[in-house]
Design a protein around this ligand. Structure first.
Ligand SMILES: CC(C)(COP(=O)(O)OP(=O)(O)OC[C@H]1O[C@@H](n2cnc3c(N)ncnc32)[C@H](O)[C@@H]1OP(=O)(O)O)[C@@H](O)C(=O)NCCC(=O)NCCS
Length: 214
């Protein structure tokens, strides 16, 4: 069962309890939103207290992650850069631009990785993109599958999106498999779509619609 804690869109009342999910205290997203409970994981908004775990995990996973991510700034793992990151996250949430989460193991509450709904487009689109990473020691344990599955109802029922998009480099077998097993469909191919690891790289385009079944 997926549960959302203290999450509601700006000045909206959260929807009624619906099959397979429960909504708790409903307050403005701009003020606060905290946690999404999945199967083996929970997702919550990053906090300053996460810095030591986050920096250690990112450093330990540097070689594993950097081929698939935008180039890391030189000071990326510094405490001051993390503070700036949190300020940006907070502004993104306040302005309904993006919803960043850290992913934690449910039992031991260890930080496992991150997942963000970015580039929220309202109006006639009602769409966002999803991005994710897992720390190297926790890869291939099904954690990101659980995290993506947990965020899907949040995106559709709480944020009221119609479409979640994702893009990955054609050689990223892990990301392709993850998207396909969480109900995303391949829709296209975009040339030099994103600058990843310092190189403009072609990407496969995936999407999951609100009405799609996994
Ligand atoms: C993509 C990523 C987030 C997947 O996280 P994960 O927690 O390891 O994923 P899961 O354990 O839930 O596995 C999902 C599926 O991918 C498969 N998979 C995972 N890693 C794989 C790999 N290196 N090669 C092939 N398949 C892989 C799993 O076996 C599973 O499929 P299955 O159930 O059919 O066996 C992780 O590999 C990662 O962070 N990669 C580096 C950063 C990245 O690529 N980000 C995304 C950019 S688009």
């Amino acid at each position: 069962m997926v549960k959302f804690l203290r999450v509601a869109r700006d000045s909206e009342t959260a929807p009624d309890v619906t099959q397979g999910m429960a909504f708790f205290r409903t307050i403005s997203v701009a003020d606060s939103f905290s946690a999404i409970q999945g199967e083996s994981v929970f997702l919550r908004v990053p906090e300053m207290a996460d810095f030591p775990q986050w920096a250690a995990l990112r450093e330990a996973s540097r070689d594993f992650l950097t081929p698939w991510e935008p180039t890391w700034p030189a000071d990326d793992l510094n405490r001051s850069a993390f503070r700036r990151r949190l300020r940006r996250y907070s502004e993104d949430v306040r302005s309904d631009q993006a919803y960043p989460f850290f992913v934690f193991e449910k039992d031991q509450q260890r930080l496992l990785g991150g997942l963000t709904l970015t580039n929220v487009r309202r109006g006639v689109a009602q769409a966002a993109s999803v991005g994710y990473w897992i720390g190297r020691p926790y890869a291939r344990h099904g954690y990101m599958t659980a995290a993506v599955r947990a965020v899907i109802p949040f995106a559709f029922e709480v944020l009221r999106l119609h479409r979640i998009e994702a893009a990955c480099i054609p050689t990223n077998e892990a990301s392709i498999r993850l998207l396909e097993k969480t109900g995303f469909q391949r829709e296209g191919y975009a040339r030099e779509y994103l600058c990843i690891n310092g190189i403009w790289q072609d990407h496969l385009l995936y999407a999951r619609l609100k009405g799609d079944r996994s």
